[in-house]
Design a binder for this molecule. Structure first.
Ligand code: ATP
Length: 367
């Protein structure tokens, strides 16, 4: 089931009598989620991710725009008639009910011609429990489960209704680091097995990149870029997206283009074509630095962090905007630990230029 958001807008009225300022939580947001894909909705706190999700499921009414599931316009439909399964960060299980009763609960609310027999309900509850691998725990109460197990129950409860669309709001936030990793793989597996179109909200870019077929990056209620995680990482549309994706983050410098040469401070980095002389922001991904005595970017070394396979060189440069520059190099390219300065050659495909005012990407070709 494909999901289409068309010019979706949500404005909350002001609660502050003094300034009367409305909150534009989501602004003119359009995108299409292909059928059967897992889409990660990504952005910093307050950018409108949850509001978007709640509009898809019907808990919030849009101020403007439309939502389609397939060809059906569901904008005015009540949540219970949309065929969505929603999983929250805090599981929201009923504490006095067993796992089985929790999973059965949504089915018991089916009325009229949708009403199911007891046998069918049980069959579906066990099917959902098996899918998330908690069928051994059906008689326990939520308090007798780990956080990861509780989240699986919440997912089973969402799946048991056989939703057309599955919506996950920060489902891993309450889990410890190890369980987060494990559960995110589980979510990917379940999504693949069921083929349900899924929207996954998170502020954790690594999490979103690792499990999503597509990511959508949002900023202040506005969709910035959508695409395959690697494609967005390799080809960010603006400085915000470039900075938001990647660990360690992209290194940003004040630079300028002068007669076809990209300069950072006094260092000439690259000869480029088709960019008029101007001040620019230069973003360089950590994996774009290659230590080379003949390299053109000279940095002051602060320290080396050995990470096993890779080494992180922490250095500074007078034109860098961030206080430190972090470059990741192969351990085989190890530089001497006693060096005070290091010269880098920069991989051209790891350099991005951005307009100083709009922060939009400036594309260039290497001369
Ligand atoms: P987080 O990651 O912190 O959950 P988010 O990206 O999900 O953030 P939303 O919860 O969608 O962001 O909120 C977007 C904006 O709308 C924020 O500025 C928030 O304060 C505001 N907002 C959300 N719900 C309401 C509401 N019911 N009334 C007024 N403003 C709201």
């Amino acid at each position: 089931m494909k999901v289409v958001l068309q010019n979706l807008t949500k404005i909350f009225p002001s609660r502050n009598k003094k300034n009367n300022e409305e909150v534009v939580a989501v602004s003119d947001f359009s995108f299409e989620i292909p059928s059967g894909k897992l889409v990660g909705l990504l952005g910093p706190s307050g950018c409108g991710k949850s509001t978007t999700l709640y509009m898809i499921c019907g808990l919030q009414k849009p101020t403007g725009g439309k939502i389609f599931f397939g060809e059906d316009d569901v904008t005015e439909l009540e949540p219970e008639n949309r065929g969505v399964g929603l999983v929250f960060q805090n599981y929201s299980l009923y504490p006095h009910m067993t796992v089985k009763q929790n999973i059965l609960f949504p089915l018991q609310n089916f009325k009229g011609e949708n009403k199911l027999s007891k046998e069918v309900m049980l069959e579906r509850a066990y099917e959902a429990a098996k899918l998330v691998q908690i069928d051994e725990l059906m008689e326990r109460k939520p308090s007798e489960l780990s956080g990861g197990q509780q989240q699986r129950v919440a997912i089973a409860r969402a799946l048991v209704k056989m939703p057309r669309v599955l919506l996950l709001d920060e489902p891993l936030s309450n889990l410890d680091a190890r369980l987060r990793l494990q559960t995110r793989e589980e979510i990917k597996r379940i999504q693949k097995e069921t083929g349900i179109t899924t929207v996954f909200v998170t502020h954790d870019q690594e999490e979103a990149m690792s499990i999503s077929d597509l990511i959508v990056v949002m900023k202040l209620g506005v969709g910035q870029q959508m695409g395959h995680p690697q494609a967005v990482y390799d080809d960010p549309i603006n400085l915000f997206v470039a900075k938001f994706l990647g660990t360690p983050p992209i290194n940003v410098f004040n630079g300028r283009v002068e007669k076809g040469v990209l300069m950072i401070g006094d260092d000439s980095i690259l000869s480029i074509k088709d960019v008029p002389d101007q001040e620019v922001f230069v973003g360089i991904r950590p994996e774009g630095f290659i230590p080379d005595e003949a390299g053109t970017l000279e940095c002051q070394v602060s320290n080396l962090e050995v990470m096993g396979r890779d080494i992180s060189i922490v250095s500074t440069h007078e034109a860098a905007i961030s206080p430190i520059i972090r470059s990741i190099i192969d351990a085989d390219d190890m530089i001497s630990g006693s060096l005070k300065t290091v010269r880098f050659r920069i991989k051209p495909n790891k350099i991005f230029l951005f307009n100083k005012t709009t922060e939009e990407r400036i594309r260039f070709e290497v001369k």
